[in-house]
Design a binder for this molecule. Structure first.
Ligand code: PML
Ligand code: MG
Ligand code: MG
Ligand code: MG
Length: 260
């Protein structure tokens, strides 16, 4: 059976509202497209007045299979604790204290980008060609999109109602898929994310070294800032160029294995 990549991008009055994607088999294609259209029309940032859907066949030989990052949740009580944790985690990723402080400030200032900041952690240069758009990690999905199973595997501990739980799971599962791909990219040592959804305050710091660490209280309810930083260190493996890293993030087709 053929596989297809579907990418959806929704905007309102030219402002980005929502972007999402799947890699599915032909028999699931119609259903997956409906799910993505619904997302564009019912996002908390607004109802899209422009929806772009792109469907491309993916050749089986092009696919790269990777493992998901190991997941843990940190129960911080407030923003101060959360940002202290992020700072310490950056130090553990061998980033010096001055650079870690700079990275946290940059992280707090990100807003309205479709993609992520790609940051050289040594000289603190931003490496995206288009700094408004950023680098968008795409072409990834969980194997068979087994969302129900993932729901059980990574149980969410909070007392949430059904809708909140669904929102949490969608955000979480897509983010885990994306960060598993990102942290596998050459010379990427980690990723930080704060959701741009103003009703969602959980974010994460992810790395191959420490896994995907969910961090609560990244911001207050109602704040519309949010975004991602991909932490890049070209000294890790000098046989890879910056172009190799960007190409992997933007174009390599990745399936994240369901680990059960
Ligand atoms: C987003 O897409 O807005 C980011 C979602 C972050 C999810 C964090 C989590 O719940 O693990
Ligand atoms: Mg988004
Ligand atoms: Mg999926
Ligand atoms: Mg989002």
């Amino acid at each position: 059976m053929n596989l297809y990549s579907i990418k959806m991008r929704g905007s309102k009055e030219h402002n980005h509202i929502s972007g999402a994607e799947s890699i599915v088999s032909e028999k699931d294609l119609q259903n997956a497209v409906s799910v993505l259209i619904k997302r564009a029309l019912t996002h908390s940032k607004g109802k899209s007045d422009f929806i772009n859907i792109k469907i491309e066949e993916v050749k089986k030989e092009e696919l790269k299979y990777i493992d998901p990052l190991y997941v843990t949740t940190l129960n911080t009580k407030n923003k101060k604790e959360s940002y202290e944790f992020l700072y310490n985690n950056l130090l553990k990723l061998n980033i010096n204290s001055k650079n870690a402080i700079y990275i946290i400030d940059l992280f707090k200032s990100i807003k309205n980008m479709r993609g992520a900041v790609l940051l050289d952690v040594n000289n603190l240069k931003r490496l995206e060609k288009d700094k408004l758009r950023g680098i968008r990690a795409t072409y990834m999905d969980f194997e068979d999109s087994k969302v129900d199973m993932l729901d059980k595997q990574y149980e969410c501990t909070d007392n949430l109602n059904k809708n909140e739980k669904l929102l949490q799971n969608t955000h979480f599962i897509e983010a885990l898929c994306l960060s598993s791909k990102v942290c596998n990219a050459p010379n990427i040592i980690g990723e930080m994310c704060c959701s741009d959804d103003k009703n969602y305050t959980t974010g994460y710091i992810a790395s191959k070294k420490f896994g995907y660490i969910r961090v609560k209280h990244m911001k207050d309810i109602g704040e519309d800032r949010g975004g991602r930083i991909f932490l890049y260190d070209p000294t890790i493996d000098s046989k890879y160029t910056l172009e190799d890293t960007i190409k992997y993030l933007e174009n390599t087709k990745v399936i994240v294995k369901d680990k059960v």
